[in-house]
Design a protein around this ligand. Structure first.
Ligand code: GUN
Length: 294
């Protein structure tokens, strides 16, 4: 069994990006600038956005954090998005999800200029991804592809079972694993809450990608020997022994599943850090495209 070490790989990627940024600086060029909008004060969302801003500093990007109250109206948020769309100093930006209930998420995502949509959530970019066109790939699926590639995991002709059909992870992941090329060329089954015989389907998987948010859902007896296991779950579970009062738990019973797996991502330290590294990669791409006006 080999650990797919997202912490290490994401550090490698950040170092590679830092080198690119240093080159930009030495040429006297503008460095990439990422902005993030957060609406409300959800603890987990604030932590994630904080990590994204910190990661920008680490690689030498500029960053702007826009905090808006939980009472923000849809119109107010749309105005803010318009400001960022028109601000030539900003290369890319994200709106952290989830949004408060008074705001229509799809309407917000559609208001983002696709050229600045470094999350890859705009329908234009999602469509381009599905059609194998060059675009921003959503950071979490992009991070999983990068892990598979750097560890040279064979995906061709394999049966990949994706658990969960969210727009952020499961749905794009199912498209990407079935695309021509590598990582890809998998035969994909996308499972969800209405899937019948899910246990039987999982037992036939060469690669399992679980993005459910149910702690310890995937047990050793459910997976095939030598399966590749990718755990996207990041549930906060109360833990009084920790100073912060919680710990992060994945969808996979790591202790037992790891004994059967050929490759497995830990939680924390697997997919999570990769998401941030790939957002930086998308922002670098946005800067390069912006510079060339493409
Ligand atoms: N909420 C959870 N994951 C993400 C992400 O990748 N991007 C944004 N904008 N919000 C999220």
């Amino acid at each position: 069994m080999e650990i797919l070490d997202g912490k290490k790989v994401s550090n490698d990627i950040k170092n590679e990006i830092t080198i690119e940024v240093d080159k930009m600086k030495s040429r006297g060029e503008k460095v990439p600038h990422l902005a993030a909008i957060i609406v409300g004060s959800d603890g987990a969302s604030l932590t994630y956005v904080g990590s994204k801003v910190k990661a920008c500093e680490r690689v030498g990007f500029e960053s702007t954090l826009v905090k808006m109250p939980s009472t923000t109206s849809e119109v107010e948020l749309l105005h803010k998005i318009e400001d960022l769309n028109e601000d030539d100093a900003i290369d890319g930006f994200i709106v952290q999800l989830p949004l408060p209930p008074q705001i229509d998420t799809q309407k917000i995502l559609m208001a983002i200029d696709p050229d600045k949509d470094v999350d890859g959530f705009h329908p234009t970019n999602f469509g381009k991804m599905a059609l194998d066109m060059s675009t921003f790939i959503p950071a979490t699926p992009f991070g999983i592809l990068e892990l598979l590639e750097r560890y040279e995991v064979d995906t061709k002709g394999k049966h990949t079972v994706v658990i969960g059909r969210s727009h952020i992870v499961g749905r794009p992941m199912s498209i990407l694993m079935g695309r021509r090329g590598w990582p890809g060329n998998s035969t994909v089954t996308l499972t969800h809450s209405h899937t019948k015989n899910i246990t039987q389907i999982i037992s036939q998987a060469d690669i399992v990608i679980t993005a459910l948010g149910t702690p310890n859902f995937l047990k050793a007896e459910m997976v095939k020997d030598d399966a590749v296991i990718i755990d996207v779950g990041i549930t906060r579970v109360t833990d009084d022994t920790r100073e912060r009062g919680y710990r992060i738990v994945g969808d996979v019973d790591f202790e037992n599943v790891s004994k059967k797996a050929s490759y497995i991502t830990p939680v924390p330290g697997g997919v999570g850090p990769m998401t941030i590294a790939m957002l930086l990669k998308n922002t670098l791409l946005a800067r390069e495209r912006h510079k060339l006006n493409i």
